[in-house]
Design a protein around this ligand. Structure first.
Ligand SMILES: CC(C)(COP(=O)(O)OP(=O)(O)OC[C@H]1O[C@@H](n2cnc3c(N)ncnc32)[C@H](O)[C@@H]1OP(=O)(O)O)[C@@H](O)C(=O)NCCC(=O)NCCS
Length: 159
């Protein structure tokens, strides 16, 4: 397991977030990320980053927490493909869970592509359960699985 430094992302981290976002198969428009990370942004969206513990501290992954009605929404989770399967995704989800608990959300919800077996396995380990399937949710017609977990995320979810 690799233990990164997990911290809130700020506008200074924009180039690193954009670098990782560009690697993602479901990248977000730059203007959305730019607006989210602006210091005066009050849109209740929180970006958390996993940093390497070396001097240059490059960003290895990030997660985005938003709100949907009265619940936390895990809007994005991405780990650099060079650093996968080292527990970074799990640690980011755990940090998002802590943040959502601090914000007094009772549940954390997310949508994931039905074909994304790796992410579904990760979320299941972190105590998320599949609630329902939203047919044809993604632009290519793929179904989304909606998963949610009670907060705080189960202790012991981190190994
Ligand atoms: C999904 C993703 C965030 C996982 O990040 P990661 O840092 O590799 O995940 P972890 O190392 O914390 O994995 C935790 C567990 O999840 C499961 N898992 C993660 N990736 C997996 C994969 N590709 N295949 C099967 N199981 C996987 C495993 O059980 C893993 O534990 P193990 O390595 O001890 O077997 C990463 O693959 C990613 O960024 N993918 C592209 C973006 C994406 O799909 N995001 C989710 C959208 S909802």
């Amino acid at each position: 397991m690799y233990v990164p430094e997990i911290d809130f992302l700020t506008f200074d981290d924009l180039p690193d977030v954009l670098r990782l976002n560009a690697k993602s198969s479901c990248s977000w428009p730059e203007k959305v990320i730019r607006a989210d990370l602006r210091k005066d942004s009050n849109n209740e969206i929180t970006y958390l980053g996993a940093f390497a513990t070396t001097a240059e501290a490059p960003l290895l992954g990030y997660a985005v927490l938003g709100r949907e009605k009265r619940e936390g929404l895990l809007m994005a989770l991405f780990v650099d493909d060079l650093y996968r399967r080292r527990g970074i995704g799990r640690q980011l989800v755990s940090a998002v869970g802590d943040c959502a608990t601090y914000l007094h959300f009772r549940r954390l919800r997310l949508k994931v592509r039905k074909s994304n077996a790796g992410a579904i396995a990760l979320y299941t380990q972190m105590s998320f359960i599949g609630e329902k399937v939203r047919r044809g949710y993604y632009s290519n017609g793929e179904d989304a699985v909606i998963m949610s977990a009670r907060l705080p995320l189960r202790a012991g979810a981190l190994r």
